[in-house]
Structures are given as structure tokens and as C-alpha cells.
Design a protein around this ligand. Structure first.
Ligand SMILES: Nc1ncnc2c1ncn2[C@@H]1O[C@H](COP(=O)(O)OP(=O)(O)OP(=O)(O)O)[C@@H](O)[C@H]1O
Length: 303
């Protein structure tokens, strides 16, 4: 599949500090990728470097095959970004702010209103001066501005900052809709892992200015843990698991959670049957993004 973004070994220095150290990853067309990492990991710096706000010491960034630093205009055509607090003129209305982008984004007045509605702004709110907007409304205005003119590639740094739960839910729906209907590619950073888990096709994990892992959503779901629901007596089941040296956690009346360490679940099932253990069901446990985050950043695996 066509790659919209290719980041090759970028190194970024700000002042005397090296903030990014050989950051590389890519994004395929039409995918939503989550950039995940703790505070100060380098997410915003990576995003700013991708859109050419920061010039790297080394490495290159290609968008749709064009070099961001050598062919900036071509590379950034059809790209928009929401990085840090969006700047708006406070003394004019939200609508008048959006109108300033009308020619640049090649959109009509009607398209501006349509986009604003999609992003949850009412016509009353659009008429108000931006200085009267709450943080959440400003964020909706910023998202409207970013999505004007149907950009092909959109970068969003902490886009749900300041949004209430309704706003967060609506935000996810908007992004899903835009992806589905327009095939837009997204790079999104957020500290809200369940939000990213729901939206993203792939996750890029960054810490201390280095990419430390990349996982597809399907990889995240793969866990080594299974739940066995049985009809036999519990002590009989646990005895058999002991014989097999399987790590287990007893979690309920007739349920036990096991963790495979290279063992084969089919063989375990056959062994249980050969010992006359009556198994009702074996379910593979789903891992969530928070569990993966904990393994990577808190238990320090892979850092
Ligand atoms: N202009 C700057 N000059 C010097 N250091 C900077 C500058 N901007 C950022 N940094 C440092 O670079 C590192 C990465 O910052 P960055 O904002 O990219 O992290 P982040 O992952 O986006 O963090 P957060 O989740 O807190 O927003 C931090 O240690 C930060 O202090």
C-alpha cells in the first residue's frame, strides 16, 4: 500500500539538547496511526519536524514521496496539522476566523458551515467572538479549520485537550467518519489510551526521543493469556495445571486464567481432556493498549 508518510532517522537538536535520536516510522494511506509516549517523550517535536516547523540535523521526511525540507510546497500540499494551542483572532467570530482560510483552503462559505456543524459547532456559536469561546469550543473550531478542504493527511497533537466527554466521543466519531468517507490518513497523539485504541490502526511508541516499538492493532490484541471455564472440581484442574507447570491465577468459582509461556493451548486442552477434566470453554484474553503501555513504559520492557 502507498505510504503517505516516511520518516527516516531524524535527529533533532533544540539548544544543546538532542531531543530526537534517529526517529523512523511510516504511515500507509488511509490509516490512523497513534503516536504514544509519556510526557516529554518527543511526540510534539516529531510532529513539528514532520510538518517542517523544525529542521532536523539529520534524516529526512517524505510526504507522498516528496521531501518536506527540499520540496516543501509539494510535500505539504493537502496536509494540515493541529499542534499545540491553535491561534485564532480573539476579537472576531469563529466563522470570520474560518473565512480567513476560504481562499487558501479553496472552500465555499457553505462548506465552512458544513464542516463546523460536523465538528459540533452551532451557527449561534460560530457567530460569537472567539474570546468568548471555552477551551472545548476553541478545540472544535481548530478541528474545523484543520479539516477544511478535505486534507489528505492530518496531524493532530492532543486533539481532545479541553473537550468534555461528549466532545471526546464526538471527536472520535468525526475522525472515523472522515477516514471512512474521504480516506484521510491521520497521525494522532493523545494521552488517552482508550481513545487511541478505539481509533488507530497502528501505534508508534516513543520515549526519550527514540521509537521503541511499533505495533499493529491486531498485534495488541494478541495476548498469551487464556481463561479456562470448567465443570470439574477446581482442585483437579489446578493439579493438572501444576503437572504441566502452567502459570495460573484462579479468578472465580469455575474459571482459571492461565498464562502461556511458549506452551500450546491445543496441547493443554488435550491434556486436560486426557485427565478427564471437563472444559466448558477456553477464551483468549484481549490485551488492551493500557496493558501494552504499562509493559513498555512502566515495566521498562523494550526501553
Ligand atoms: N524549544 C525547546 N527547546 C529545548 N527543549 C525543548 C523545546 N521544546 C521541547 N523541548 C524538550 O524536548 C523534549 C520533548 O518534548 P515534546 O514536547 O516533543 O514531548 P511530548 O512527548 O510532546 O510531551 P507531552 O506529552 O508532555 O506534550 C522535552 O524534554 C522538552 O522539554
Amino acid at each position: 500500500m502507498k505510504k503517505v508518510l516516511e520518516v527516516y532517522n531524524i535527529e533533532v537538536k533544540l539548544g544543546k539538547q538532542t531531543i530526537l535520536k534517529t526517529v523512523s516510522f511510516d504511515i500507509e494511506e488511509g490509516k490512523i496511526v497513534g503516536l504514544v509516549g509519556p510526557n516529554g517523550a518527543g511526540k510534539s517535536t516529531t510532529m513539528k519536524t514532520i510538518v517542517g516547523f523544525i529542521f532536523p540535523e539529520r534524516g529526512k521526511v517524505l510526504i507522498n514521496g516528496y521531501d518536506v525540507y527540499r520540496e516543501k510546497e509539494k510535500a505539504l500540499a493537502g496536509v494540515d496539522a493541529l499542534i499545540e494551542n491553535p491561534a485564532f483572532y480573539e476579537n472576531i467570530s469563529g466563522f470570520d476566523n474560518l473565512k480567513l482560510w476560504k481562499d487558501f483552503k479553496k472552500v465555499t462559505r457553505e462548506q465552512i458551515i458544513e464542516n463546523a456543524m460536523m465538528c459540533g459547532l452551532t451557527s449561534e456559536q460560530l457567530k460569537k467572538k472567539v474570546k468568548k469561546y471555552s477551551t472545548g469550543l476553541k478545540q472544535r473550531l481548530a478541528l474545523t479549520k484543520v479539516l477544511l478542504g478535505n486534507p489528505k493527511f492530518v496531524i493532530l497533537d492532543e486533539p481532545t485537550n479541553g473537550l468534555d466527554p461528549t466532545g471526546k466521543i464526538e471527536f472520535k466519531e468525526i475522525i472515523k467518519k472522515v477516514k471512512k468517507e474521504k480516506g484521510t490518513t491521520f497521525l494522532i497523539s493523545s494521552h488517552l489510551l482508550d481513545e487511541l485504541e478505539d481509533l488507530c490502526d497502528k501505534f508508534v511508541f516513543i520515549n526519550n526521543g527514540k521509537i521503541i516499538k511499533e505495533l499493529e492493532k491486531s498485534d495488541i490484541m494478541q495476548s498469551q493469556k487464556y481463561t479456562i471455564i470448567f465443570k470439574s472440581k477446581k482442585e483437579e484442574v489446578l493439579n493438572v495445571l501444576d503437572e504441566l507447570h502452567i502459570k495460573y491465577y484462579s479468578i472465580g468459582g469455575n474459571e482459571v486464567e492461565i498464562e502461556l509461556d511458549g506452551a500450546d493451548i491445543t496441547e493443554i486442552n488435550s491434556y486436560l481432556m486426557s485427565k478427564n477434566i471437563r472444559v466448558e470453554e477456553i477464551k483468549r484474553k484481549k490485551k488492551d493498549l493500557e496493558e501494552v503501555y504499562r509493559e513498555i513504559f512502566i515495566d521498562n520492557i523494550g526501553c
